[in-house]
Ligand binder design. Structure first.
Ligand code: HEM
Ligand SMILES: *[C@@H]1O[C@H](CO)[C@@H](O)[C@H](O)[C@H]1NC(C)=O
Ligand SMILES: *[C@@H]1O[C@H](CO)[C@@H](O)[C@H](O)[C@H]1NC(C)=O
Ligand SMILES: *[C@@H]1O[C@H](CO)[C@@H](O)[C@H](O)[C@H]1NC(C)=O
Length: 390
């Protein structure tokens, strides 16, 4: 266990987290309710600040949350930030985004596998962004994108199994970059957007920094379980202002994944036929009955895919021509919402999207034949070359 850590003014005392606390107790209490799909909800200060008091970033995020198409798209494919000086130099310290350029470069290096796919660190980073921010509740408060996942040791909770490697990496980034101004909450969210764009064909999601850190552990029972059905899951996410369509949109991130702990006898099995590649195969394959043997489908994903009201959007994302573009843009907008949950002053955030690597528009697998053989085989899933598919 680590000892004392200073984070933006807070003394983090290592917490002893109970080994297997009760889960899901708040889930049942949240009633399934309908939300007006015409009015996506605003968050925090953006709900009350008059437009004249909004910063450029405040305006941009407000438009993205309301799905308005005036100041910009939730993705930015072009902006490239050039660091004004080396890490630690006065020039670099004078510009908020500068340290983030160095953070993003290091993450890109760590997240790219030898075959050009995004690797296990990228997959875990994307999931970590969700597990830090997604503990927030509209009705009950607490949690949110505040770095507490790492700072307060939430890794010890059963719902967070599979995130050990990225949890350790985040401590390394923190030790290296915190003295130059990078906080844990922002490191986690930057990890999730670098992770997505490092995956071939992934979205280049606008990325913001300036969140405050917290060492207080988030309330338990706020994250979904793969054993749950569509309706309680939809209710759980609605309590985070993430509606059914948003949930379907975020779930597509499973397309890159390879589970290890949901079923340990099948550790390494992927959720689509193309793990480590950001495409819409997850949407195509999850509802079907004739997919490759090794594809591991979560009960939750199948339940949501089969839910009557989900079918139109699920089908739209499955479209082989327009699906990816539609999904990426939707994913970027919804991920931005997720990444600011629980942040009190969204208007004070700063945009550093330019630090992200550029997007890769196409991908050809050098090992396609081998991968397909494995996907249809009974071969031990721990086969190292496949487990760390890279
Ligand atoms: C109904 C909601 C969800 C459930 C029940 C769920 C459950 C799970 C489970 C059980 C795993 C496997 C962990 C392991 O055994 O290693 C997983 C992996 C993953 N989840 Fe989710 N998840 C949900 C929503 C999301 C959302 C909203 C995102 C966000 C962006 C996300 C991103 C990921 C990613 C990227 C992985 C792959 C991790 C890896 O391969 O190491 N999930 N999820
Ligand atoms: C957003 O605006 C651009 C440029 O004005 C336009 O081409 C595009 O169709 C708009 N998209 C939506 C979803 O309204
Ligand atoms: C496949 O078939 C079984 C048995 O008919 C069914 O229960 C299941 O829901 C189907 N779909 C998927 C995605 O497994
Ligand atoms: C962080 O906390 C300070 C002090 O409470 C506050 O002024 C600032 O707006 C907060 N930042 C964000 C992004 O909420």
């Amino acid at each position: 266990m680590r000892s004392f850590f200073l984070t933006t003014g807070l003394l983090c005392i290592p917490l002893l987290v109970e080994a297997f606390p009760g889960m899901g107790n708040t889930l049942a209490s949240i009633a399934v309710k309908k939300r007006d799909p015409e009015t996506p909800e605003l968050l925090a200060d953006l709900k009350t600040l008059p437009d004249v008091e909004l910063t450029e970033v405040g305006k941009l995020i407000k438009d993205i949350l309301l799905l308005e198409n005036t100041t910009g798209h939730p993705e930015d494919f072009e902006t490239v930030y050039k660091a004004p000086g080396p890490l630690g130099s006065d020039e670099c310290r004078a510009d908020t985004c500068c340290v983030w350029k160095y953070v993003a470069e290091e993450m890109e290096n760590d997240f790219k596998g030898p075959t050009g796919r995004c690797n296990e660190f990228a997959r875990e980073a994307i999931r970590l962004g969700f597990h830090d921010a997604g503990t927030w509740s509209k009705t009950q408060g607490g949690g949110g994108a505040d770095g507490s996942f790492v700072l307060a040791g939430e890794i010890a909770r059963p719902t967070n199994r599979g995130l050990e490697e990225i949890n350790n990496k985040m401590w390394q980034y923190y030790h290296k970059f915190h003295k130059y101004g990078a906080g844990m909450a922002d490191l986690i969210q930057m990890g999730a957007t670098v992770g997505a764009v490092v995956c071939p064909m992934g979205p280049r999601i606008r990325s913001f920094v300036g969140r405050n850190d917290s060492c207080e552990a988030a309330p338990e029972g706020r994250l979904p379980l793969a054993s749950q059905d569509a309706e309680p899951l939809i209710a759980l996410f609605e309590d985070k202002t993430i509606d059914r369509g948003d949930l379907i949109t975020l779930l597509g991130a499973h397309t890159i994944g390879q589970q290890r702990f949901e079923d340990t006898t099948r550790a390494g099995d992927p959720h689509s036929s193309t793990p480590g590649v950001w495409n819409t195969n997850f949407y195509l394959e999850t509802p079907r009955n004739d997919t490759a043997k090794r594809i591991f489908k979560f009960h939750s994903d199948v339940s949501i895919a089969q839910y009557q009201e989900s079918r139109d959007l699920w089908g739209l994302f499955s479209d082989p021509v327009e699906g990816l573009k539609t999904w990426n843009s939707g994913y970027a907008a919804t991920y931005i919402r997720l990444s600011v949950l629980g942040v009190p002053h969204i208007n004070n955030l700063i945009q550093c999207t330019g630090v992200l690597p550029l997007r890769t528009e196409s991908y050809t697998a050098p090992d396609e034949k081998e991968l397909n053989e494995w996907l249809n085989s009974d071969r031990a899933p721990m086969h190292s070359k496949i487990l760390v598919i890279g």
